[in-house]
Design a protein. Sequence first.
Length: 106
Amino acid sequence: MQPAISLKPAGNGCAPPEAAGDRAGLFSTAWTRWSPVRTAGDRRGFIGKCRISVSLATVEFKPAGSGTEMVFTEQAAFLDGYDDAGSRERGTNWLLDKLGESLKRA
């Protein structure tokens, strides 16, 4: 049985590298979910006009007691010898912490 998959671009976010000069820029595309519990997105990182990384992220939601557990997985490739030194992970953890704080207030 072939699973039904609906994967369509749902929106784009952008910090243009041209506007950033030599600073980092990030282009991302959020994709609509293809199942009731999983969604995906991609990100392309730049410094100035130089592409430094590409990645695919999935977010999965699972029942957990009386709540929901969110599992975030990102597979990234860093290009041309660029050494991320953990900044992608720290930035993602910061964003997820902010999401958690926001949900606690809701």
